[in-house]
Design a protein around this ligand. Structure first.
Ligand SMILES: [Fe+2]
Ligand SMILES: [Fe+2]
Length: 167
């Protein structure tokens, strides 16, 4: 059975993952609205990934005989300035989430919960990927800058992203 401290922290993390889903889903709508359907697909897939993260924590907590306590999800922003602003915010948000995952690991170390440490390792690795993939798009956006043809091609490329459920 999991400690109540870790249980509370995982419930909080489920809420943060669902908020991430909400935020990226809102960004996807903005990107579609400004005529970038490929960027929108990329963000929709990102939102699906965040939902899958929430489910992963949810299933784990149940497996450890914990209690799921779902809380209200904050409303995400609706209006953004540019695709670049979106990816700057996304990169920052992923760094914030990395901090949350690290904090969960710190709790599980303090509690001598080796099973939780083993489980959390997947998320530690996942966050490295998340930060890198957002930083990559941000770098591409800076490269393309205001070039319409470049944006068109980048939109096409990002639109090829497909969701693969995490294992
Ligand atoms: Fe996540
Ligand atoms: Fe993420």
């Amino acid at each position: 059975m999991i400690s109540s401290k870790l249980q509370d922290a995982i419930n909080e993390q489920i809420n943060k993952e669902l908020y991430s889903e909400y935020l990226y889903f809102s960004m996807a709508a903005y990107l579609e609205r400004i005529g970038l359907p490929g960027f929108s697909i990329f963000m929709r897939v990102q939102a699906q990934e965040e939902h899958a993260h929430a489910v992963k924590f949810y299933d784990y907590l149940l497996e450890r005989q914990g209690k799921i306590v779902l809380k209200a999800i904050d409303a995400p922003e609706v209006d953004f300035e540019s695709p670049q602003e979106i990816f700057e915010k996304t990169y920052e948000h992923e760094q914030y989430v990395t901090g949350l995952i690290n904090n969960l690991m710190t709790i599980s170390i303090k509690e001598n919960d080796y099973a939780a440490q083993s489980f959390l390792k997947w998320f530690i690795d996942e966050q490295v990927e998340e930060e890198a993939s957002m930083d990559k798009v941000l770098a591409q956006l800076k490269l393309v800058s205001d070039d319409g043809k470049g944006m068109y091609l980048l939109d096409k490329e990002l639109g090829t992203r497909v969701f693969t459920p995490p294992v």
